[in-house]
Structure formats: structure tokens, C-alpha cells
Design a protein around this ligand. Structure first.
Ligand code: MOS
Length: 735
């Protein structure tokens, strides 16, 4: 890629107008003739079984069409395997309305379907359930302390050297424990599915999801339908944060009702019901770090415990990050699980990385204080040029430059390290920094490019756009490669019928889908050049694809600008009124390098001691993420990550009442997310990072790259290591 008419430019979102004017439609906004409405009845207990379920009162309400329960429903697949999806952790996925078992509080136990939403909601209040209660266990800390814990996960266990003696003998030592509560994603758009009854054996569903094909495959499995008779669409998604990676229960419930009633059905979850879906698992980290007097790390031990359900083992990479960040000859890492009577956790905002980096970076900070070394200096002393897990180098790593540019912009050199030494009027001032890291992944993906004789381009892939701007960079990339004005390009996504794409998550959409678009556009380029060369005495005779550029509707020789053929002439010569190419791209499995995205974050926090108010007044986030296709979109991603980090550090927590085994802060009044008044100055820097090895575009992915707070809870967004952790990546496992 050389020419840059569109790539690297801060193009505004091509779907921006549709979104702000309300033209963009979301899953619950597709109105079709004869649409019926479903309302979910949620379990009042956390564990046990349904003895009896009384639906007569609900059924007698005018306008109620049916009440579905485990005793009254159409046939569903009987095998757990049919319920799995590409993100499912090991185990037996929850099957809504399958049997009488209650596995978690809030589990759907009935679906009332009526002519109107309000009727369904009222009738749902009349459904009476008799339960046989069993004692539930939902207290993570209590179970952990009781030792109800899995064995240390050997898959995630990486030991080097002799960490224990090295710790004992070191000049400087710290031991610390860090914890994170359960958190919920809380995207703006509630989960909803509109299942459109087509009447010809086909079903079309508008669902809130980050992966329309993942949901299509799930529906086909659960209902025993051929995949080509199921179509799932999610052209717009009102936020995800990971909550839409797996199919959620509104989807099978809407399809179940539509199939039974032979009419279209919509199921919308309430905000409270959104708290019955997956969540970020609570987790606890124990770290023991030791260093020589000069700050050189001598020993690094990190053990993490997180929670999962009774039916699936959800576990992400919580501890490997230090081996990618800091050089240390002696290291021991491990992770374990506690099983509870809750729903299975779900990936949320850099699953594993956000938690792990938070603990590691806090511990590094403690060590810096113990060694009396500047925290940034300590990171530089222990900077790792090598991935110590795979024992190989990085394809690129400009983290040092992130530290330098971030520190300079922030004014780090003016920091006074002494606690309580910096003040601004009534407020104490604290300055802190941390490192961010995430695996730069790529998944197999396909895309289609269509160029028509009038110069318009359509580009398509079954990915989603949950907010990062997928429509926009897809448009930029196609315009760039085919040399047409950006207005001529239409991007299509969020439709399972389009060429294969993974879920949108893990910050791998640009690398995966972008590489596929690159391949599809290149195929169009090849054909155009061939057509141009068919012209008698073609000015481009003998030119190779590498010798030409596509710009301003022309194919032009790179070195002799006078040698050119217009795209229109080339197509006319070939009597082609359209060129359509589909292509796929695969990650480079044979790479000798590790691929990671890094960032350095600096934060200023002011604390009013009298009022107890904490404000994050200034954040600088410097990111090295390979080539940035659109700095406006990318910096919005980082701004969002910083706001998410402020939320995690200072606001967000899901509170459980263990007497009921139920989440009590299940609304946006009690579950606090940062609001505008909590967010102050945020500066984003993209450090130049050239990476020719990683993929043809040289892109890594930005989203999971940074969020923060002060000297203390600094969290970064990071990832799922293909080798051993992430369900998303499991299919691409390298170990
Ligand atoms: Mo993100 S947690 O991969 O949607």
C-alpha cells in the first residue's frame, strides 16, 4: 500500500448522519406486519427447580397469544453441543426454557407473548412459579477462602528460573493483593431480537449481536434448521463491550415463539434483565515482586483467581502479561477458578488483560516506591524486547516511544513522588502512569468487492459495527484501493448472508476483515489491469500490478504518469459492466514473531479530602498500534477506553445480595458509569509504528488499548492469548 488518498485521514463516520437522525435502525426497531411481543419471566431463586408453573391467569388476559415454558414449547435440540457458539467456553451452555432446573437468579423461566408489549408485560406479572429451592452459593470471596477452588491451570502456567529463592534473596520486595468486583457491560441498547416469520421455512432475525454469523449458526443448531434458512442481521449495534459476542437468550426465545405461533415475534429485555446475562467475573490477584537495588526485576509471581458458573468454565488470560512486558529470569504464574451459582461470565472490555494489567501495573508501582525509583524509569529498566512465553521477538514494539511521548506531553518530569506533596487549592494531586498491552490478533475472514462501470463500489463482509467505525474504514479502504471517491463506496455488514467474518471483538476486525477487503480489492485491481491491457496499444502494456496505482478513476503507471487508462475505458474495452470479487485472508500462522499492541497512560487525579471527591482531571494515552487507518476513529476508541477505565477504577460495581444470590444494583441508577462530569481532559497520541510483517495493511487494532485512573487503579485493555486463553481465539490456537 503506497498511495494514500483516504487512508490515514480523519474521515468522519459514514454512518454518523444515519445514527444521529434516527434513520439507523436497531434490533427492536424493525416493525413488520403482525408483529407479536414477548416478555420474559425471570427466576426468583438462584438454585433449585421449578415444581409447577401456573400460566392460566396470564393466558386469560385479552391479547395474550401464548405463554411458553419448559413444559410448553416447540422442540429444541437436546444436545448441549447444538447450543454452543464460537465464543462458548468449555462446558454445557445454558439452554433457555429447556428443563425445570434453575441455575442462576434471573434465569428466564417463561416467555409471555401478546399482541402488545404492555399486555405481555402485564400478563408476565401473573405467571406464578412454585420452586423447590436448593441452597445457592454466590459469594466469591467466601468460596475462595473456603478453598473451593480449581487446581492451578497448567495451560496457563509458565515458570522460569527459580522464583522463590530469587525472591528471598532480593534487595527489594513487595507482596500485594488486588481485586476487582463483578461488572456489567451496560451498552446503551438493550438486548432485543425481532424474529421475522417468512412463512417459507426461512427465518430472519434482527438481533443485537456482535456476530451475526455466530448467531445464525446457533439458531440453526438449536432449532435443527439448515444454516441457509436462517439469516441474522445486526446492521447497527448500540454498544457491546463484549456482551454481544455470544448469542443471548432473547434470540432463541424470539425464534422459538415465532416458530410456534407462525408469526413474527420480538423479545426485548429490560435493563434489569440485562443484568441476568454474562458479566465481568470478579477476580483477585496475588503478586510477589522482587528487584535488585538498581530496580532490575529478580522475581515475578502472579496468581489470579476468578469466578465462573456451575455449567461452563469461563477463564481468560489474567496473568501472562508480565512475561510480555517485563524482562525477568524468574517467574511463576497461575490462575484458578471458583464455581458459583451464577450465570457464566462473559468477555468484557479487554477480558483478562484489563484485569491482569491492572494488578501487574499496580504492583510495579508499589515496587517502584519500595525501590525508590521513578515508576516510569522502573518500566524502562525492565523493558522486554522479547516475548518470554514464546521466546521470540515482536514484529514491532514502539512502547518505549509511547513512554517517551506520553511522559513529555503529560509533563511527567515535573512529578513529585512524595505522597501528599502535590496540591491544588483544597485538593491533593496525584500523578501516575501505567502500561497497556493487548494481543494483536487476526482471524480468518472474507469480503466481497463489486465495482460497476459507473464507478460505484460496494464492499461487504458479515462483521458488525458495534461503534468503532467499521463502516467508515471499510469505505476508506475500498476507495483507496480502487481509486474512486469515497462517496461512491457503500459498505455492507451486520448480515449473516454476507461473506464470512468473525464476531466483532478482540480488536481484530481491522486486521481480519481489513485484510480480506484488501485481498478482494486487489483481485478487482488485477482484473482491471488485465482489461486495460486488452486495449489496442495499451499504455499499460506489460505493466505489473505493483507498477500501477489506482487513483481518480484511473489506472496509472507509478513511474510514468503519462501511462494511464481510465477505469471506465478498461471496463468498456472488456465489455464488463461490473467486476465482482470475493476473497479471504488468513492470519500468518508461520510468523516467527509475537504481535502485540502497546500503550502508555499517564493520569492526574485530584482528591478533595474534605468532601471525598475524586476527579480524574487529566489523562494522556500514547498508543502504538501499527498503522492507523483513521486517526479520528482510532482516537475515539482510546477516549472510550479511558472513560471505561475511569468507570472500572472509580464507579462500576455490581453488588450481589447473597441471601438471594441476586444482583441488586441492576439498573443505571445503582450501577454507576462515568458521566460527562466525571470525564475531563484526555489526550490521545498515536506513536508511529511500522509493521510490514503482521499483515498487508500493517494494522494491529486499537480498541483494547487503554483506560485509566491514577497512581492506583490503572487498568488497561488487553487480551485473550490465542495459545491458551480466549474462547474467541480458541479456534486459532497455536499451542
Ligand atoms: Mo470485546 S470484550 O472483544 O467485544
Amino acid at each position: 500500500m503506497t498511495a494514500t488518498s483516504y487512508l490515514g485521514k480523519p474521515t468522519s463516520r459514514v454512518d454518523g448522519r444515519a445514527k444521529v437522525t434516527g434513520v439507523a435502525k436497531y434490533a427492536a426497531e424493525y416493525n413488520v406486519a403482525g408483529l407479536a411481543h414477548g416478555f420474559v419471566v425471570s427466576s426468583a431463586i438462584a438454585k433449585g427447580r421449578i415444581k409447577r408453573i401456573h400460566t392460566a391467569d396470564a393466558l386469560s388476559v385479552d391479547g395474550v397469544l401464548d405463554v411458553f415454558t419448559h413444559e410448553h414449547r416447540p422442540k429444541l435440540a437436546s444436545s448441549h453441543e447444538k447450543y454452543t457458539d464460537e465464543i462458548a467456553p468449555p462446558g454445557s451452555p445454558f439452554r433457555p426454557l429447556y428443563d425445570d432446573k434453575i441455575l442462576f437468579s434471573g434465569q428466564p423461566v417463561a416467555l409471555v407473548v401478546a399482541e402488545e408489549f404492555e399486555i405481555a408485560r402485564f400478563a408476565a406479572s401473573l405467571v406464578r412459579v412454585e420452586y423447590e429451592r436448593k441452597p445457592h452459593i454466590t459469594d466469591f470471596d467466601a468460596q475462595r477462602k473456603r478453598g473451593a477452588i480449581s487446581k492451578r491451570d497448567p495451560a496457563n502456567f509458565v515458570a522460569r528460573g527459580n522464583p522463590t529463592p530469587a525472591f528471598e534473596q532480593a534487595a527489594v520486595r513487595i507482596e500485594a493483593e488486588y481485586r476487582m468486583p463483578i461488572e456489567h457491560h451496560n451498552p446503551m441498547e438493550p438486548f432485543a431480537a425481532t424474529a421475522v416469520w417468512e412463512g417459507n421455512g426461512h427465518i430472519t432475525v434482527f438481533d443485537k449481536t456482535q456476530g451475526p454469523q455466530n448467531c445464525r449458526n446457533y439458531v440453526a443448531g438449536v432449532f435443527g434448521m439448515p444454516r441457509d434458512k436462517v439469516r441474522v442481521l445486526s446492521p447497527y449495534v448500540g454498544g457491546g463491550f463484549g456482551s454481544g459476542l455470544r448469542p443471548q437468550y432473547e434470540l432463541p426465545l424470539a425464534v422459538l415463539a415465532a416458530r410456534a405461533l407462525k408469526r413474527s415475534v420480538r423479545v426485548t429485555l429490560t435493563r434489569q434483565q440485562m443484568f441476568t446475562l454474562g458479566y465481568r467475573a470478579a477476580n483477585v490477584h496475588e503478586l510477589a515482586l522482587a528487584a535488585g537495588g538498581d530496580g532490575t526485576l529478580a522475581s515475578f509471581r502472579h496468581d489470579a483467581v476468578s469466578m465462573t458458573s456451575q455449567f461452563e468454565d469461563f477463564q481468560r488470560d489474567l496473568v501472562n502479561w508480565s512475561s510480555l512486558l517485563y524482562k525477568c529470569a524468574n517467574s511463576e504464574l497461575g490462575r484458578r477458578l471458583v464455581k458459583l451459582d451464577q450465570n457464566t461470565p462473559c468477555d468484557m472490555r479487554a477480558p483478562g488483560g484489563a484485569e491482569g494489567a491492572y494488578a501487574i501495573e499496580c504492583a510495579m508501582d508499589e515496587l517502584a516506591y519500595a525501590a525508590n525509583i521513578d515508576p516510569l524509569e522502573l518500566r524502562l529498566i525492565n523493558y522486554s524486547d522479547k516475548d518470554q512465553i514464546e521466546d521470540r521477538r515482536y514484529s514491532s514494539k514502539e512502547l518505549r516511544e509511547c513512554y517517551r511521548q506520553g511522559a513529555e506531553k503529560f509533563g511527567w518530569s515535573r512529578r513529585s513522588p512524595q505522597p501528599r506533596s502535590m496540591r491544588d487549592g483544597n485538593e491533593l494531586v496525584g500523578w501516575g502512569m501505567a502500561t497497556g498491552i493487548w494481543e494483536a490478533m487476526q482471524m480468518p475472514a472474507s469480503a466481497k468487492a463489486v465495482l460497476t462501470a459507473n464507478g460505484s463500489v460496494e464492499i461487504a463482509s458479515a462483521t458488525a459495527d458495534i461503534g468503532p467505525g467499521t463502516y467508515t474504514w471499510m469505505t476508506q479502504l475500498a476507495a483507496e484501493m480502487l481509486g474512486v471517491p469515497i462517496e461512491n463506496v457503500t459498505a455492507k455488514l451486520g448480515d449473516s448472508a454476507l461473506p464470512d467474518a468473525p464476531v466483532e471483538g478482540g480488536s481484530f476486525t481491522v486486521s481480519s476483515v481489513g485484510s480480506a477487503i484488501h485481498a478482494a480489492c486487489q483481485a478487482v485491481q488485477k482484473e482491471l489491469l488485465a482489461l486495460a491491457q486488452k486495449i489496442a496499444a495499451s499504455p499499460l502494456a506489460k505493466a505489473k500490478l505493483d507498477d500501477v496505482v489506482f487513483a481518480e478513476g484511473k489506472i496509472r503507471h507509478k513511474h510514468e504518469a503519462s501511462r494511464e487508462v481510465s477505469v471506465a475505458d478498461a471496463m468498456r474495452a472488456g465489455k464488463a459492466d461490473r467486476i465482482e470479487k470475493e476473497a479471504s485472508a488468513e492470519p500468518n500462522e508461520r510468523s516467527k514473531y509475537s504481535h502485540l499492541t502497546h500503550s502508555a497512560v499517564f493520569a492526574e487525579v485530584k482528591v478533595d479530602e474534605e468532601l471525598g471527591i475524586i476527579r480524574v482531571t487529566r489523562v494522556v494515552s500514547a498508543v502504538a498500534a501499527g498503522r492507523i487507518l483513521n486517526p479520528k476513529l482510532a482516537s475515539s476508541q482510546v477516549l472510550g477506553a479511558v472513560v471505561g477505565g475511569i468507570g472500572m477504577a472509580l464507579h462500576e460495581e455490581t453488588v450481589t445480595d447473597h441471601r438471594f444470590g441476586r444482583f441488586m444494583s441492576h439498573n443505571l441508577a445503582d450501577y454507576h458509569v462515568p458521566v460527562s462530569a466525571d470525564v475531563h481532559a484526555i489526550d490521545v497520541i498515536f506513536v508511529e509504528e511500522k509493521d510490514d510483517e503482521i499483515n498487508p495493511l500493517g494494522v494491529k487494532g486499537v480498541g483494547k488499548s487503554a483506560s485509566s485512573a491514577p497512581r492506583r487503579p490503572w487498568r488497561m485493555r488487553s487480551i485473550m492469548r490465542p495459545a491458551n486463553a480466549c474462547a474467541i481465539c480458541r479456534s486459532r490456537s497455536t499451542s
